[in-house]
Design a protein around this ligand. Structure first.
Ligand code: URP
Ligand code: ZN
Ligand code: ZN
Ligand code: ZN
Length: 495
């Protein structure tokens, strides 16, 4: 029988703003009380968290469970993917609805809800991609924002002829985001340059995974990032750059923030934990396993640089872009890198990788860790403090985290469906010992206790204050106005 409630005793409660030794009492999926010497009813389960941290469950801002992409389907479905998530201390994912060009956004959304709802083992929400433009798309965006709990839309600047939008379409989509109070997200890479670069590499006889990086070097990402920021700024729309993978693109985001733009950058676990030298690995399957878009960068100082920017708030949140294809699926591109399905793992390992490379390394403290793995996502996407915070009335998505324990990442022991792991062999300090989702222990001492369908879809309202307060004020005070003049009364040439 399920206990009536759970008392987490003696741990250090870590929020994004402060840490304090405190007990946490949970009942009916909610945090009822945080404090010491709480009055607790009988029949409650007590979990000792002495010497451990009690943190808000991780929020992965970027996954693609069971996505049909590049001729095949990602192997982590919503069941396996969310199971792996909770095993790694993540209690919410934000996945993407990606309609084909010409297809209804609302139908694609319904389809994705029907796919995910019965399978998810933790809470989730959905971003929706805008892959084409029309008045119908514009209307559907409004319906999604007003009625369907979607306040973020992803626009692709890459995947030419498949998902890519032109600048004028980006302008229209960003304008609509701003009207309806949504956040515009971009996959920032110049799709035309990638298409040309790929032809060039293949013509040079470069058919292996290294060609994937060579045809889309850093500046291809940086240029698109700058262009997206320029377009968003022109329409006073908040912008969120997904999967920032290079130092060049990260610098563009960082400079824009210094210039006062409302822009957020999302590095992913892959980019923080490993690098693009793997594309030059002698074994084809190893190299292909790292293929994702934008690519990991061969400059080995990239992960550390992205972590530095994440630590000091130049970059804001972390996702994974979890989109897993097993080796035999990657092999669709064994003779041509452009046919290797793009995507890597991360949903299970993100928290540990960031603890190891971010906190254990001394770059960020435990509070910043909570901010970049959980709270900031909840603030930007407008479900804070329902999630991303340990406080009275917040959802009981809680992780007991042991910062001293270590674990070695391996495909042999991970819970994901994919048959390799890009972090294979990495020793990580920072291990989730207990994961609580919606008030239930779903992972404990290495064992999963999940039920598919137990997660809920989280409706997100538009006009997130964290994002839109500045936008709305600017709209008021920065409106360009015409200069009042006496009419010109002199001569005008005739034409
Ligand atoms: O390689 C990637 N990133 N696969 C998923 C699609 C995307 O662009 O996010
Ligand atoms: Zn993308
Ligand atoms: Zn993605
Ligand atoms: Zn270490």
């Amino acid at each position: 029988m399920e206990p009536r409630g759970i008392l987490i005793k003696g741990g250090k409660v870590v929020n994004e703003d402060c840490s304090v030794i405190s007990d946490v009492y949970i009942e009916n999926g909610k945090i009822i009380e945080v404090g010491l010497n709480l009055q607790i009813p009988a029949g409650v389960r007590v979990i000792d968290a002495t010497d451990k941290l009690v943190i808000p469950g991780g929020i992965d801002t970027h996954t693609h469970m069971e996505l049909v992409f590049m001729g095949t389907k990602a192997v982590d479905d919503f069941h396996i993917g969310t199971k792996a998530a909770v095993a790694g201390g993540t209690t919410m994912i934000l996945d993407f609805v990606i309609p084909q060009k010409g297809k209804s956004l609302l139908e694609a959304y319904d389809c994705w809800r029907n796919t995910a709802d019965p399978k998810v083992c933790c809470d989730y929400s959905l971003h929706v991609a805008v892959t084409w433009w029309s008045d119908e798309v514009k209307k559907e965006m409004e319906t999604l924002a007003k009625e369907k709990g979607v306040n973020s839309f992803k626009m692709f600047m890459a995947y030419k002829d498949v998902f890519m939008l032109q600048d004028s379409e980006l302008y229209a989509a960003f304008s609509q985001c701003k009207e309806i109070g949504a956040i515009a997200q971009v996959h920032a890479e110049n799709g035309d340059l990638i298409a040309e670069g790929a032809k060039k590499m293949l013509a040079m006889g470069i058919t292996g995974p290294e060609g994937h990086e060579l045809c889309r070097p850093e500046e291809v990402e940086a240029e698109a990032t700058q262009r997206a920021i320029t377009i968003a700024s022109a329409v006073n729309c908040p912008l969120y750059v997904v999967h920032v993978m290079s130092k060049s693109a990260a610098k563009v985001v960082s400079n824009a923030r210094r210039d006062g733009r409302v822009v957020f950058g999302e590095p992913v676990a892959a980019g923080l934990g490993t690098d693009g030298t793997n594309y030059w690995h002698k074994e084809w399957a190893h190299a292909a396993g790292f293929v994702m878009g934008p690519p990991l960068r061969p400059d080995p100082s990239t992960p550390g640089y992205l972590m530095d920017l994440l630590a000091n708030d130049d970059l804001s949140v972390t996702g994974t872009d979890n989109c897993t294809f097993s080796v035999c699926q990657k092999a669709l591109g064994k003779d041509d890198f452009t046919k290797i399905p793009n995507g890597v793992n991360g949903v299970e390992d993100r928290m540990s990788v960031i603890w190891e490379k971010g906190v254990h390394s001394g770059k960020m403290d435990e509070n910043r860790f909570v901010a970049v793995t959980s709270s900031n996502a909840a603030k930007i996407f407008n479900f804070y403090p329902q999630k991303g915070h340990i406080a009275k009335n917040s959802d009981a998505d809680v992780v007991i985290w042991d910062p001293k324990l270590t674990r070695k990442i391996s495909a042999k022991t991970h819970h994901q469906a994919v048959d390799y792991n890009i972090f294979e062999g990495m020793e990580c300090h920072g291990v989730p010992v207990v994961t609580i989702s919606r008030g239930k222990v779903v992972y404990e001492e290495g064992r999963l206790k999940v039920s598919p369908g137990n997660g809920r879809f989280i409706h997100r309202k538009p006009f997130s204050e964290f994002v839109y307060k500045r936008i709305e004020q600017r709209e008021q005070v920065r409106k360009p106005t015409a200069v009042i003049r006496k009419p010109y009364e002199g001569k005008v040439i005739s034409i």
